[in-house]
Design a protein around this ligand. Structure first.
Ligand code: ZN
Length: 111
C-alpha cells in the first residue's frame, strides 16, 4: 500500500476483526505475560518423571509415566486451558510477546 492509496480507502470496506474462537474467553491469568514462566514450569513439573526410558514403547507401557501424562492434562485444565489446541496457540502468542520482537509501523504510510 502506498501513501497515495490511503485516502481512497473507505473504513466500511476494511476487514472486520474477528477474535480467534480457540482463544476467545481465555481466563485473565493466562493473558498476563507475568504468569507465563510460572505456567510453563508448572506444566513441565507435572509431566516430569524420574524414569529414563530409551524408547517410546517402554514409555507408553509405563504406568508411572502415563499417570504423569494424565497429571499434565489435569494441571492444564486447572490452569484454565480448554484444550491442547488452545494451549498451543497461547504458547505461540506468549513466545512472541516474551521474545521482545516488535513489528514497527511504517510511519511513512501514515504521515
Ligand atoms: Zn516411566
Amino acid at each position: 500500500m502506498t501513501p497515495e492509496e490511503l485516502p481512497k480507502m473507505d473504513p466500511k470496506n476494511l476487514q472486520k476483526y474477528t477474535p480467534d474462537p480457540d482463544l476467545f474467553g481465555l481466563p485473565a491469568q493466562l493473558k498476563d505475560p507475568a504468569n507465563y514462566e510460572y505456567i510453563q514450569k508448572t506444566l513441565i513439573h507435572a509431566l516430569r518423571s524420574t524414569c529414563d526410558h530409551s524408547d517410546v514403547g517402554e514409555w507408553e507401557k509405563c504406568f508411572k509415566c502415563q499417570q504423569k501424562v494424565i497429571d499434565h492434562k489435569n494441571t492444564m485444565i486447572r490452569l484454565g486451558f480448554k484444550s491442547p489446541l488452545q494451549y498451543r496457540k497461547w504458547k505461540k502468542i506468549m513466545n512472541h510477546i516474551m521474545s521482545g520482537k516488535r513489528d514497527p509501523v511504517n510511519k511513512s504510510l501514515t504521515s
